[in-house]
Design a protein around this ligand. Sequence first.
Ligand SMILES: Nc1ncnc2c1ncn2[C@@H]1O[C@H](COP(=O)(O)OP(=O)(O)OP(=O)(O)O)[C@@H](O)[C@H]1O
Length: 587
Amino acid sequence: MKSWINTARLLIGLGWEIGPGLFLLYTVVTMSSFVSPLLFALAVRPLVDGVVSGEHREIVAGGIGVAIALTLVLVAPIGYRWATIRMRERAGFVSERRVLRLAAGAPRIEHFERPDFLDRLQSLRREAPELGDSVTLPFIAPLVVAQLVISTVLLANLEPVLALLPVVGLPALWLSRRAEQLRRRSELDAAPRRRLAQQLFMVSVAPSSAQEIHVASLGDELLREHRRATDDANRIAHAALFRSVLIGAAGWALFPIAYVGALLVVLREAAAGRVTAGDVALAIALAGAVVSAANRILDLAGSVLRIRTAAEHYFWLADQAQYRPGRTPMPDRLTHGIELRDVTFGYGRDDRLALPGTDLFLPAGQTIAIVGENGAGKSTLVKILTGMYRPRSGAVLVDGVDLGALDLTQYRQKVSAGFQDFVRYQLTVGEAVGVGGLEEPPDRVPVALGKAGADFVDELPRGAGTQLGTSWADGVELSGGQWQKLAIARALVRPAPLLMILDEPSASLDPQTEAALFDRLAAEARAGRADGRITLLISHRFSTVRSADLIVVLENGRVTERGTHAELMAAGATYAELYSLQAAGYR
Ligand SMILES: Nc1ncnc2c1ncn2[C@@H]1O[C@H](COP(=O)(O)OP(=O)(O)OP(=O)(O)O)[C@@H](O)[C@H]1O
């Protein structure tokens, strides 16, 4: 029962978000189209009896009722069509926004690693428009049931056996439920193939992959894979659809038989003189109303089951993405530092551990560099430090407080990060830099651009107001290094972060540009030292990391060396070996 109430609340909430006025209008026109058959049936009896007996008052009352019912029958569909079109337009956006909130609004991202989450997300994206279409369901469903009950009671009044008429709906209802279960199972079965097709599509149309695809002539192969995936998905869906239509149709076949039977019963009564002509008209109209209400209930039952499926996906996703925020406020400054204590972590249900019990202390006020081979666990460490993932065991302590107990939103506002896999926001330059600035003062964008060494912005047609991205008519495309400088500026725009993370942010920059950038970042780190700001740098370039206060070497997720450049060189272990190798490469 609770889940039905939650589903009704979800639908009404969606309707309200679409727009209260439109929602109310849509509800009224939909309801009026549903009540008109009953109204017609009730008005037709006095009209017919009045005509037979020549009673004017009955003719007028019945005539007015029939006129209203017919007006509703004629006018309601016009309003219904108009309101439906407007609703669909807006409902699409609103449902999409809800899905987006689930996908992007969650404070952690660990659920994105799980195929079951992605499959449900995909299914919900497909079902979301239907959610929007069904916002009136919580009002319509009880109305139709009431119509069925009233019509049945009136029919039973005329002839008790007619009360059995709605019973034909029961097997049909059961069959339609079976049909929906089939459809729903096929949705989830087809979801992985659909997901593959979508990924192939996204890769094929992304400008960033165009070069690789064309040079290697991968287009045909991708197309073939796409076709295979969509064919598979269609095969699964169509087989289920065919069976579910057959099952549904078997239920529908019962209705005409029942209707004809009801008419015969009434006509027999009329022939025996036990009912009036008005009663016959009423019975014919009521039987029509009962059959139409039962049909509609079947239809609605299908919709209700589909909506329940969509709502179930929605609530499941919301549950997965949910987290209980810690209550401890984030301190304004760090005095001790951030510590990873025996942290273990692996992705998804993977048994391999990217962090197999890692201990690491990042002292407050220092610049720390992490080096290590590909796959050593550096980026994973960053994801744990930013609270994107929870450790399987162990703890992250921020000035001694477990990160899980801290208010994660406040914590994130004190974290600033630049990544190797940065986002290329197709906004104006100023917007693309200011997007993470927490309503930064306007002068922070040019200052951040300056610190990131993004001098090229002055040369752009409209400076910081230039639109980025080739999908816009006046959009400008940047080089990989230029995009990266904007991403670095974005990391620098946030005022006074306590943890500044730079995860290979300069991979697309040449060594000189990178060295100049790190001189500026070091100055920035010194400026934040009084607040205990930690600057964490991940880089494969040893020339860059050597000036850090502390260098940490990570191997297979474990810290194997730590110290200053001089200390690690003197130790003559992995760091010294790799540094010497790289230095020799530059000579
Ligand atoms: N999203 C993911 N899903 C599953 N496994 C992952 C994921 N990301 C990383 N891994 C695995 O975790 C391990 C550590 O990867 P991580 O990206 O942290 O290494 P890294 O040191 O940052 O490497 P690189 O220098 O190449 O960026 C690797 O074995 C990798 O295969």
